[in-house]
Design a protein around this ligand. Structure first.
Ligand code: FES
Length: 110
């Protein structure tokens, strides 16, 4: 069976998966793109919430991306920023779940 040559890879998914997968294509020199999913607020390039580090330069995923050269993305800073609101997300989920249980005996509201 002949091996197919891979010219390009697009990776879309969780940041850790994009990071690990892009490290698999790097040694082979395969051009690799990722579609980043940072926190976005306004989507216009004004708020800065979606900033990512690409080859040492700050870019806004909403206006400069969201597709970038995977081998130039600082995935560690992206993942750190994605965890930034975890305490608030946890609290929000707890409030949501408490509301469901106390209002209708465990039923969800429409
Ligand atoms: S979402 Fe606000 S700058 Fe990108």
């Amino acid at each position: 069976m002949a091996r197919e040559r891979v010219d390009c890879v697009w990776i879309i998914g969780p940041a850790i998966m994009m990071k690990v997968t892009s490290e698999c294509t790097r040694p082979a020199g395969i051009k690799t793109f990722v579609s980043l999913n940072p926190v976005m607020v306004d989507g216009t390039g004004m708020c800065g919430s979606c900033r990512v580090q690409i080859d040492g330069t700050t870019k806004f995923a909403c206006v400069d991306g969201p597709e970038f050269d995977a081998h130039k993305v600082d995935f560690n800073s992206l993942m750190q920023r994605l965890r930034m609101y975890q305490p608030e997300e946890k609290e929000s989920m707890e409030r949501y779940q408490a509301h469901i249980c106390s209002c209708k005996g465990g039923e969800r509201h429409a």
